[in-house]
Design a protein around this ligand. Structure first.
Ligand SMILES: Cc1cc2nc3c(=O)[nH]c(=O)nc-3n(C[C@H](O)[C@H](O)[C@H](O)COP(=O)(O)OP(=O)(O)OC[C@H]3O[C@@H](n4cnc5c(N)ncnc54)[C@H](O)[C@@H]3O)c2cc1C
Length: 340
């Protein structure tokens, strides 16, 4: 590793942070979680960590590779085990229209590759990568093109949910495009169980008969918008799952993706489905690439549908840091390899 004069203070800062993180890991996981979420958005940390060869190696556990072909190959391997896929071209929060257009073009090429290769997969997109923070017309037009391509190939598009500052804008773009002719069943949305507002959002989505992925939520959120306590998020997760698996929701056409690696949540969802005669084909489980492969495969063996979210591309830093924040043991593996 190069240690030019300007990088020595950064290296010192990183080592101090690593030691600090080690202490936090030992004495307070909650604070470590918050520190990692802060670092996921810090430009100085992004530059430094992205250049570390060990960071790339550890990130490779969660990211399929740099190109669309890497993602297609990963999907092929999963498909062979009976698991479907959704692919994400990594990148978020772009600030100029040219970058947003470049991301859109890559996603359009990805849709072409999915169609040509015949893999069982769709795409997941982040609206801040397509211009949500630039202006409404830019993001609408870029996303519309992706939906048109999905329509051409009779496939679907999932809009990921990002930090709470863009929840309203994301739902607004989703609703606008869903209501455009022909896009209604092509596009799905994500709801985060840690947000207080999600119950009201889900009530509306149940009435609409929407295609919804439910996750716990992966961003650092203030206490006035999100549950601080994991137990409250978990309880809300189950309450929202039951709302979206209700007879009324299914009659309206709701199709739920239960996106979690939490075995308690998965067990409770299966029990609820069995008690209410809900067939395993009326919903699906979703997990992230590289996490709980054993659980993915055992659910398929038990007759459940499983979809894996496959990220690829070079902008892996924020995604990687959110995965470290979710499970501090991942961070320990990263730091110990750094010092080796
Ligand atoms: C398919 C999919 C799509 C998602 N899309 C979004 C989105 O659009 N917006 C959003 O905010 N969030 C999204 N997330 C992330 C989600 O919000 C959570 O941050 C993440 O899934 C961890 O929560 P959990 O439900 O697995 O439960 P946790 O309680 O966090 O974890 C339960 C168990 O899962 C395993 N586990 C969880 N995370 C990891 C990890 N990183 N490394 C290793 N093991 C782990 C551990 O065994 C852990 O004990 C998505 C998650 C999935 C699965």
């Amino acid at each position: 590793m190069k240690t030019s004069k300007c990088r020595i203070p950064t290296l010192f800062l990183f080592i101090s942070l690593a030691v600090f993180a080690g202490l936090l890991y030992r004495f307070g996981e909650h604070w470590l979680h918050l520190l990692l979420l802060y670092l996921s958005g810090a430009a100085w940390a992004r530059q430094f960590v992205s250049e570390l060869p060990i960071a790339r190696t550890v990130a490779a556990r969660f990211v399929a590779g740099e190109t669309a072909d890497d993602a297609i190959n990963a999907a092929r391997t999963l498909n062979a085990k009976g698991i479907s896929a959704t692919m994400d071209y990594l990148g978020e929060s772009v600030t100029n229209a040219a970058e947003a257009a470049a991301a859109r073009d890559e996603i359009l090429r990805l849709q072409d590759r999915i169609h040509e290769s015949g893999v069982n997969a769709n795409v997941s997109i982040k609206l801040t990568q397509l211009g949500l923070k630039i202006d409404r017309d830019t993001v609408l037009e870029n996303t519309r093109q992706i939906l048109q391509r999905a329509q051409q190939y009779d496939n679907k598009v999932r809009i990921d949910m990002e930090e709470s500052g863009v929840t309203d804008a994301t739902l607004n773009v989703y609703r606008t495009l869903r209501d455009e002719y022909g896009f209604g069943r092509r596009v799905g949305i994500v709801i985060q169980a840690y947000l207080f507002r999600s119950e009201a959002d889900v009530r509306q989505l149940v009435a609409d008969g929407a295609w919804v992925r439910l996750c716990k939520g992966a961003y650092a959120e203030p206490h006035n918008v999100a549950f601080a306590d994991k137990a409250d998020t978990d309880a809300n997760y189950m309450a929202l799952t039951k709302m979206m698996l209700s007879a009324e929701a299914r009659q309206n056409g709701v199709y739920l993706g239960v996106a979690s690696h939490d075995e308690a949540i998965i067990r409770k969802t299966i029990a609820y489905a069995q008690e209410n005669n809900i067939s395993p084909h009326e919903f699906e489980f979703q997990m992230l690439y590289g996490i709980r492969r054993d659980l993915q495969e055992s659910l398929v063996k038990d007759g459940y549908q499983v979809r894996v979210y496959i990220p690829y591309g070079s902008a892996w830093y924020p995604y990687f840091m959110r995965r470290l924040a979710e499970r501090p043991a991942n961070l320990w593996f990263f730091i110990s390899n750094f010092f080796k």
